[in-house]
Write a protein of this length. Structure first.
Length: 64
């Protein structure tokens, strides 16, 4: 004779299924990690860093 699971057992089964699905689901496809605006800002920042280093190596000082 079969018996129906109790409310607690049903909740435990549902939670186990949800956890299994969450742990085995494929990772979401990541969009572009860096936007075009961020990429441009990073590029300009790297260029500026090089200019500062060249200026400091030459003995020149920045004037503010």
């Amino acid at each position: 004779m079969e018996r129906s699971p109790s409310t607690d057992e049903s909740a435990a089964i549902a939670a186990a299924i949800a956890r299994f699905q969450a742990e085995t689901a494929p990772a979401e496809a990541a969009g572009e990690a860096v936007s075009s605006w961020q990429r441009a800002a990073l590029s300009e920042g790297v260029s500026a860093k090089g200019a500062v280093q060249r200026n400091l190596e030459g003995g020149n000082r920045w004037q503010s």
